[in-house]
Ligand binder design. Structure first.
Ligand code: CUA
Length: 357
């Protein structure tokens, strides 16, 4: 008894810690169990249905099993051989028909929902088209109808179908917004584009995750889906297309152009998509998808990120460019590094890149 209590006492903090950890995974809900859209709702309903049927079978089978074990157990002093039975039509019909009925109850809505959710709205003029490209370890969102590209924050209007075309720029990732729906793999090459539609009935911010092990920073490959009303979405589109001015300070401008715009693009500078598009980066909720801008200011987060991108998200394509480079291609040199003034200036400039919408 003493021993068991001691074990329990040791396990208690662990259990409490786990409960705390599991209940506090980020501020936006990352759970399929509280659906916030019709797609997630249908997925949740399927889960509820199948788990209920399974639970029912378990309860009935265990109840019969326990009843039989007790009722027909061998009693003390009873050495008679039980009556031998062979075949029982009633029972055989029951245990054939009942599972068939259960499978039908499970199968019909499953097939119905699975095919319903794979509907393609890419030709629907009412739907918003978004091309998703996954990268180690960030998400690129392109709106071909509007000619805009953004990263890490998917902005969508409420009440419309959002049709995604998904592929990967490198390895296999998976696109998943647990409270809205998904998940679906993003594959590389071979023209293997996957499709998925989602709906956002309410305004809000929904957390998205990469759901396929894709490298050392897989667990940090977060994104946000921000649903806004149609008017706000239209303002965002217009703001995204407004020309962007370069940093006012000449040194900062030179550093930004030679060290950032080689991979990144901002505004109309179409510097390819090797790295996240920086248009409106100052109004995103996070920097790098994981540093929340309400814990620290966007400027501080940007400074941290630019100087220590490899420490914050190991293995991503952005080298540490701070003067104290510890990891990545710039390690041990200051060749790719920025001076403190340049770093401050760039962080300040980027934090000021806000979109009104
Ligand atoms: Cu990308 Cu896991």
């Amino acid at each position: 008894m003493m021993n068991r209590w001691r074990v329990l006492k040791r396990l208690l903090p662990l259990v409490a810690g786990m409960a705390l950890l599991l209940s506090a995974c980020g501020r936006e809900d990352l759970s399929t169990l509280s659906p916030k859209g019709p797609v997630a709702q249908k997925q949740f309903d399927l889960m509820t249905l199948s788990i209920s049927i399974m639970a029912l079978v378990v309860v009935v089978v265990f109840a019969i099993c326990i009843y039989v074990l007790i009722r027909f157990r061998r009693r003390k002093g009873d050495n008679t051989v039980p009556k031998q039975v062979e075949g029982n039509h009633t029972l055989e019909i029951i245990w054939t028909v009942v599972p068939i009925i259960l499978l039908l109850i499970l199968g019909v809505p499953t097939i119905n929902t699975v095919f319903g959710l794979s509907k393609d709205y890419s030709k629907d003029p009412e739907a918003v088209q978004v091309t998703v490209t996954s990268h180690q370890y960030w998400w690129e969102f392109e709106y071909p109808e509007y000619g805009i590209k953004t990263a890490q924050e998917l902005i969508v209007p409420t009440g419309r179908k959002i049709q995604f075309k998904l592929a990967s720029g490198d390895v296999t990732h998976a696109f998943w917004i647990p409270s809205i729906g998904g998940k679906i793999d993003t594959n590389a090459g071979l023209g293997t584009t996957n499709k998925l539609y989602l709906e956002f009935p309410n305004e809000g911010v929904f957390r998205g995750k990469c759901a396929e092990l894709c490298g050392p920073s897989h667990a940090l490959m977060d994104f946000k889906a921000k649903a806004v009303n149609q008017a706000s979405f239209d303002r965002w589109v217009a703001a995204m297309k407004t020309p962007v001015s370069m940093p006012a300070d000449e040194n900062v401008k030179a550093a930004f152009e030679s060290k950032c715009l080689t991979c990144h693009a901002i505004g109309e500078t179409n510097a390819g998509s090797a790295a996240p598009n920086l248009t409106g980066v100052g109004s995103r909720l996070t920097v790098g998808g994981i540093l929340y801008n309400d814990e620290k200011s966007a400027e501080e987060n940007l400074k941290d990120w630019i100087a220590h991108a490899q420490t914050i998200k190991p293995g991503n394509q952005m080298p540490d460019v701070g003067t104290d480079v510890k990891y990545g291609p710039g390690k041990g040199t200051t060749a790719t590094g920025l001076t403190e003034e340049e770093l401050d200036g760039i962080a300040k400039y980027l934090a000021g890149q806000k979109l009104e919408y």
